[in-house]
Write a protein that binds this ligand. Structure first.
Ligand SMILES: Nc1ncnc2c1ncn2[C@@H]1O[C@H](COP(=O)(O)OP(=O)(O)O)[C@@H](O)[C@H]1O
Ligand SMILES: N[C@@H](CC(=O)OP(=O)(O)O)C(=O)O
Length: 451
């Protein structure tokens, strides 16, 4: 049995819906289909999820959002009409949206999640209808009915363990299960979504729950490339990756797969395949536990922006028992998560996502660190990008760091931080965000395009 997830780009319009149904028809082991909300039809288009977020925010604050609502409905209507579906399905979608909009007695976070999730939910209803119209036995299954339970972190939920036993029963369904991605329910029954791009996570959870033979993730590129194709023209294709490499690369900015999507599949050793809805015969990228060491030491180069660092120095920091714990405890008490903590003998930097660190929080946290830890120096640096080189082969190779720093030097990019993960499958560099693209291009030239 395969679990096949189709992303927003695969569901953007009626033409894409037809490609999806052709793919499902071509292989009767595709029994569980996870769908996102319709994505962009062209470069300047707006994803249905973004339309819904606008709609929710406006309506929650002003009680009105007619234009936004009509934009969302028109996306579904266009698809339904072109596919020749019964117009009743659009009435169902309109009623559903109106019900969600009317439920203003919840917090803004809950309200936005409820509207956001309707993108996937209504798309799944539409896809099930389209598949039935094509002569297939297909049923929309709601995450509530199936028992997909998530933590109550609105907009950033995590799966709860009891979901897996509940979802295992999906494999007993006679026809094709059409399951909306991106959301589930708290044990108290409230709707909650994963972070953006989270339909990838739903697919992986379902694949793990039913112990699928394969989790297919259909998108709009032939495979995972060694670098983001918007930064380097015709980058090298990657046909095989380990879970660890893909985890590092998706964390590092390969948005083709959500950074948290691999864990469920990895735990059950379910192979994951990235495939192209627009070119389904292309073999795609297979993600597995082990791979043959074919390429050089580095398999991919990723980068992501939106980080900041808190630099702290104190003479004899290395001798002060509990310094690191106290520092991180301040962050914990202020509700901040951190990404990395590169350190020296008398100094340490904490790298954070910048979005959670506004100027008010900065003032409070730096004051606390200054007074409670009696540090000599503290400085906050913003607008940081993390650039990562990743590859299982790095463990056995000498000179990878030298090659990388040579590339930074050639590109005239100053390095704020170097951090090698203990697993030795990745190396991370902190640079000014304005230099990140140039750094990635220089690294690509150094490791993949030496001629
Ligand atoms: N290294 C990479 N290899 C392939 N695609 C990448 C890479 N880095 C970023 N991407 C981007 O990921 C996109 C696919 O992810 P996404 O937009 O989330 O698709 P979907 O709509 O299927 O969920 C591609 O169109 C590509 O621009
Ligand atoms: N539609 C949601 C979830 C998702 O996974 O979308 P996509 O498959 O288009 O990345 C979002 O835009 O965040």
């Amino acid at each position: 049995m395969k679990v096949s997830k189709f992303g927003g780009s695969s569901l953007a319009d009626a033409k894409q819906f037809r490609k999806v149904s052709d793919i499902i028809k071509a292989d009767n082991s595709r029994k569980i289909v996870v769908v996102s909300a319709p994505g962009k039809r062209f470069k300047e288009d707006v994803k249905v999820t973004d339309l819904l977020i606008n709609c929710a925010k406006t309506h929650y604050q002003s009680g009105k959002s007619d234009d936004d609502l009509e934009l969302v409905i028109s996306r579904y209507k266009e698809i339904a009409e072109e596919l020749g579906l019964d117009s009743g399905i659009i009435d169902v979608i309109r009623d559903d949206l109106n019900q969600r909009l009317a439920n203003t007695s919840i917090t803004e976070g809950q309200y936005i999640d409820s509207l956001k999730a309707s993108g996937e939910d209504n798309c799944a209803k539409l896809m099930a209808e389209h598949l039935r119209n094509q002569g297939l036995e297909a049923n929309y299954i709601s995450p509530k009915e199936a028992g997909l339970f998530l933590s109550n972190d609105y907009g950033n939920a995590h799966v709860l363990q009891q979901s897996y036993d509940n979802l295992a029963k999906l494999s007993e369904n006679a026809g094709i299960v059409v399951f909306p991605g991106f959301f589930g329910y708290t044990p108290e029954g409230d709707l909650v979504t994963f972070s953006r791009g989270g339909s990838d996570i739903t697919g992986s959870i379902l694949a793990a729950a039913v112990k699928a033979d394969l989790y297919e993730n259909f998108t709009d590129v032939d495979c995972v490339f060694s670098v983001n194709p918007s930064l380097v023209a015709n980058p090298k294709a990657i046909y095989e990756l380990t879970y660890r490499e893909m985890r590092e690369l998706s964390y590092g900015g390969f948005s083709v797969l959500h950074a948290e999507a691999l864990l469920p599949a990895y735990k059950e050793k379910i192979p994951v395949k990235i495939k192209n809805t627009n070119n389904p015969d292309c073999k795609g990228t297979l993600i597995v536990a082990d791979r043959s060491p074919e390429n050089g030491p580095v398999v991919g180069i990723a980068s992501d922006t939106g980080f900041c660092s808190i630099y702290v120095s104190k003479y004899l920091m290395n001798r002060e028992i509990g310094f690191g714990r106290k520092l991180l405890q301040i962050l914990e008490e202020e509700g901040l998560s951190y990404e990395h903590t590169p350190s020296g003998i008398d100094d340490i930097s904490v790298i954070l996502h910048e979005e959670q660190f506004d100027s008010q929080t900065e003032e409070k946290v730096t004051n606390r660190i200054r007074t409670e830890l009696e540090v000599d120096d503290i400085a906050v640096k913003r607008n940081i990008a993390l650039v990562m080189i990743v590859g299982e082969g790095m463990r056995q190779s000498i000179g990878v760091a030298a090659k990388a720093t040579r590339a930074f030097e050639r590109a005239n990019v100053n390095l704020d931080m170097i951090n090698q993960g203990s697993s030795e499958v990745s190396m991370m560099f902190g640079v000014n965000a304005n230099d990140a693209d140039r750094a990635v291009q220089a690294l690509y030239k150094e490791f993949f395009d030496c001629n």
